[in-house]
Design a protein around this ligand. Sequence first.
Ligand SMILES: NC(=O)c1ccc[n+]([C@@H]2O[C@H](COP(=O)([O-])OP(=O)(O)OC[C@H]3O[C@@H](n4cnc5c(N)ncnc54)[C@H](O)[C@@H]3O)[C@@H](O)[C@H]2O)c1
Length: 460
Amino acid sequence: MKVNRRTFVASTAAGVVGTTSALSARESRLVQGANDRIRLGFIGVGGMGRGHLNNFMQISEAEVVVVCDVWDFARNRARKMTEPQPRGPAETESDFRRILDRKDIDAVVVATPDHWHALPTIMACEAGKDVYVEKPISHNIVEGRQMVDAARTHKRIVQVGTQQRSGLHFQEAVDMVREGKIGKVTRARTWNYGNASPRGIGSPPDGAPPAGLDWDFWLGPAPQVAFNPNRFIGSFRWFWDYAGGMMTDWGVHLLDIVQWAMNVDAPSAITAAGGKFVLEDNRETPDTLEVLFEYPEFVATYSNRFTNGYTPDGHGYGIVFYGTDGTLFVDRQGYDLYPELGETTEDPEPAYVRLQETGQPSWSSSRTVDVGRSPRMSAPGSDQNEPHIESFLECMRTRKLPISDIEIGHRSTSTCLLGNIAYRTGHKIAWDAKSEQISDDPEASKLLSRENRSRWTQDV
Ligand SMILES: NC(=O)c1ccc[n+]([C@@H]2O[C@H](COP(=O)([O-])OP(=O)(O)OC[C@H]3O[C@@H](n4cnc5c(N)ncnc54)[C@H](O)[C@@H]3O)[C@@H](O)[C@H]2O)c1
């Protein structure tokens, strides 16, 4: 099979990715221009992949030509979903490389587990396809940069699934922060809280993979291990070989908005603490985590616990910006703007003088900054996915950079991956965002990349 000759090169710190005999960008555009349809291949059709199938099929010019999964149950179920398409159901495929070899596919939607985002995205770019790839964009920072490079080298549109950017109320919230509506922001807070104690996802024994699953292909570039049900559908998120726990799974959505609103693309230092203190399951990622991100003029935190669901403000997750003139909370359902009432400012007269004059020390006086307490701005929680997809298709036509361009997705992902590096090493990480290097810390620097499993580093 021709696909067997495709070259995979290790995701090493040297940052080399192999090239293939790619369909040129121009050829690909000609295929797309041949008719008004945009012909799509789906790679990974589990939870999110099927969500995307539903959304893309709502768009008349989008045609799902082929659905690919390494588990036959998933691909057959996805194929069934495509039966109502005017041109009939999609074909099924078990090896995404065969999709990339097809000249009649304009773009691929990559919704595999995180460790399987980089290779299909890079290879799709090399093959002249545009890509919609899920967040977090990569398993590690080096392969994320390789994805950006591939998109730029091959002039591909690569949109990342950080769909909150396409939510109108998120855009309004970001504008308010950027325009100074809440004054100078010195602090941003993000969190996910819940309680899964004590069992969590349980601790099932290793065993045989389900029939029809190519477990070796599912593992792909990750180390070879026996099948364990928790490493598979959905809960792969809690294993370092494939993902980064809640820090990268949800943290990337939240910190993406923080970095956007604050007009920055990376922290300069990161510290973290936490542990797996309660959950009795076989996950590897922490059940309690606090990460502090230092930026030049503000600090941000990400907090996660799976051990207690109390939410003082009634929100299990969210983003808050604290400014000198107000506070802004935003989540997928809307935003709340709180004026800075009763803010304390220093009394111009020293406290001892006031004490002598009045017998009362006065530490402060207060002022009111009325940024206009908003009635809650509400948004349907799902209003971000469809416009995000539409904007991807629009960018395929215009060749303009998408709102969640791969460089942006890479920066938001990197921030979260650095949070995990700080947690896993226990070190304070000094990050040089320009060179994408950790200063003076060989142990932490090792976690910037990993050697892919040999099957995915050479001709197979
Ligand atoms: N943007 C969002 O809001 C959002 C929401 C949920 C999930 N996600 C992201 O989507 C991705 C998938 O998450 P999920 O919950 O759907 O996972 P999932 O386990 O439900 O589905 C992943 C599917 O990919 C398949 N797969 C694995 N390797 C493959 C390969 N090499 N080729 C083809 N198929 C392969 C699996 O068999 C599985 O069916 C994750 O990166 C996750 O972070 C994003």
